[in-house]
Design a protein around this ligand. Structure first.
Ligand code: GLY
Length: 578
């Protein structure tokens, strides 16, 4: 099979990772796995799970092994991540799930993003002088939106799964009750966030040893309160979280610390089924998350702009390609600042933003040789055409189903506040609203009226769970954490596969770039050559090399084989297949 793929392909030179040159025999648009490549994906035929924690990958793989479908495995993975990766896996936050069924030939999105509480007000994060107070929107009980994860996962399972909530939650309950062995990443994360987590006795009691010392690599980490909460939900169903003891614990904590979430807010929370954003790129169908995420809209918008250039010919991570990507990203993020918000509250010009005509208009303004200063870029006019820390997983089953799920509590460890007695962290997702027009959120993203705080509204997100199809078949399942960088990270994996023919592991691992209009800085990862950086600087880009961006977990499906690419940027990531 692999040999056959090899012979069908055509040879060409690809400039890849770390600016080294690799002779690869591949067809752009179709790279799978080829013997002799520097990075190889995991290969399987019956199912593939890629998550950011090996224990969650294993839990979900067991479900596939026993005949469960991708949704069963996804819900199992999500609850397991809530235990093994509390910095971003969660039941106190929210997210988005894309589900693609080849049999039904449809892609649906479940929106389980948090909502602003009923008592939220537009100016709730402004101080007496009218300035945005980021401590309030990030590190207080006011920072929490009404959590959507439990309702969203339960909805996915009920509508599209085959196992019970109890079955899906069993591995997570076991991991919380019996504990798991601490990894260096887990231990380091808690050391990094000591000040934030130790501030709250309910958090310190969970994340630090009774005498206050750190959990070190190799220690056993047990979460008794979380185990009890998960058990209650498994026994009594989703109602327990929103109307039972768990809701009471959360609301009591809110009342004691000036938070806004009430029993009424909990009871009223409901996830929504949405139609994903759809676009095309060089003959592939792109499905990604619609508002209240900005992710799908801007991935499609940027791809539309880039489709007008011979990107494969310009080369992977060449100065010309990076320049065009950055120029396209700037324009899309400028539009994001004005137009994007929760469509239940505002009208988003989705058709215009994702139209090929609008992309052509934008292309006319891009100079091949010179970076346009962000100060001269303003949101365009598409109307005539009508944590840093989040976590993503991608799962494919043997029945033709694929799940792409991104969920979050916003920052690493969210607000840092554990619900006393319930053992889970509260999100600080309210910071994703625009606290004040023009004032950036934690990711430097500017928002406006469309994303102002309103009761019951969902805050704008960048999460971009994405499924790419080729002639009706699932082809690429991908998505990433990374705040504002989620959109550009996901975009680059799509381009790495479609334009540059990289296999999925290379596509995931390759160095990435990011531009978000404001600040006017082209952020790059280690691995872009000095020569390339020099050319980009000559074109007028302000370059800033910073830490790695995102942790994209991806599956590619080609000719009946599944290829898993886990992101090495998160050391606990694991792709595993059947
Ligand atoms: N909290 C990050 C996002 O949803 O984009």
């Amino acid at each position: 099979m692999l040999a056959q793929l090899w012979h069908q392909s055509r040879c060409r030179i690809l400039t890849v990772i770390a600016a080294s040159t690799l002779l690869a025999c591949t067809t752009a648009h179709s790279a799978a796995i080829l013997e002799g490549e520097r990075m190889s994906p995991v290969v399987a035929k019956e199912g593939m799970v890629v998550t950011s924690h090996f224990l969650a990958t294993r839990s979900a793989l067991e479900v596939l092994k026993e005949g469960g479908n991708a949704v069963d495995a996804a819900v199992t993975a999500a609850f397991s991540l809530a235990v093994t990766q509390p910095r971003s896996g969660n039941i106190g936050g929210g997210g988005f799930m894309l589900i693609s069924s080849e049999q039904e030939d449809e892609v649906v999105a479940i929106d389980y993003r948090e909502k602003a509480p009923g008592k939220a007000t537009r100016d709730m994060f402004l101080d007496a002088e009218g300035n945005a107070d980021s401590t309030l929107s990030r590190y207080s009980h006011l920072a929490a939106g009404v959590p959507g994860t439990v309702a969203g996962l339960a909805m996915a399972l009920k509508k599209y799964g085959t196992i019970s909530l109890r079955q899906a939650m069993a591995p997570a309950i076991k991991l919380a009750a019996e504990g798991f062995v601490v990894t260096p990443r887990f231990s380091d994360g808690l050391k990094d966030k000591k000040a934030m987590l130790k501030k709250w006795p309910s958090s310190a009691a969970i994340f630090y040893k009774p005498e206050g010392s750190f959990y070190e690599t190799g220690d056993l980490f047990v979460q008794k309160d979380l185990a009890a909460t998960l058990k209650r939900i498994a026994e009594h169903g989703v109602r327990e979280f929103y109307q039972g003891k768990t809701a009471e614990l959360l609301v009591a904590q809110m009342a004691a610390h000036g938070g806004l979430i009430t029993m009424e807010d909990m009871k009223n929370y409901a996830p929504a089924i949405r139609r994903p954003v759809h676009g095309t790129y060089r003959g592939f169908d792109i499905y990604s998350m619609s508002p209240p995420s900005s992710g799908g809209t801007h991935i499609v918008q940027i791809l539309n702009i880039l489709e007008g250039y011979p990107i494969a010919q310009y080369g992977h991570n060449s100065a010309a390609t990076i320049h065009l990507m950055a120029e396209s990203m700037k324009r899309a993020y400028a539009d994001r600042s004005l137009y994007l918000g929760d469509e239940d509250f505002v009208t988003v010009p989705l058709k215009g933003l994702t139209s090929k005509d609008y992309a052509a208009q934008i292309r006319e303004k891009i100079d091949m040789d010179k970076a346009t200063s962000s100060s001269t870029i303003t949101p365009g006019n598409p109307l005539p055409y009508e944590s840093d820390e989040t976590t993503h997983f991608s799962i494919v089953d043997k029945y033709g189903n694929a799940v792409s799920n991104t969920y979050t509590i916003n920052f690493s460890y969210g607000s840092g506040i554990v619900v006393q007695g319930a053992g889970f962290l509260l999100n600080n997702e309210m910071d994703d609203f625009s606290a004040k027009p023009g004032v950036p959120n934690a990711y430097g993203l500017i928002g406006g009226e469309a994303n102002k705080v309103e009761p019951g509204k969902r805050m704008l997100s960048s999460m971009s769970p994405t499924i790419v199809k080729q002639q009706g078949k699932n082809f690429l399942v991908t998505g990433s954490p990374g705040g504002s960088r989620i959109i550009t990270t996901t975009l680059q994996v799509i381009m790495n596969v479609i334009d540059h023919g990289l296999n999925i592991q290379s596509a995931v691992t390759a160095p990435r770039i990011h531009h978000q209009w404001l600040p006017d800085v082209l952020r790059i990862e280690e691995g872009i050559s000095i020569d390339t950086i020099k050319i980009l600087k000559e074109k007028g880009h302000a370059i800033n090399q910073q830490a790695a961006m995102g942790a994209i977990q991806s599956v590619m499906i080609k000719d009946g084989m599944m290829y898993g690419g886990a992101d090495p940027r998160r050391s606990t990531s694991l792709a595993a297949g059947l």
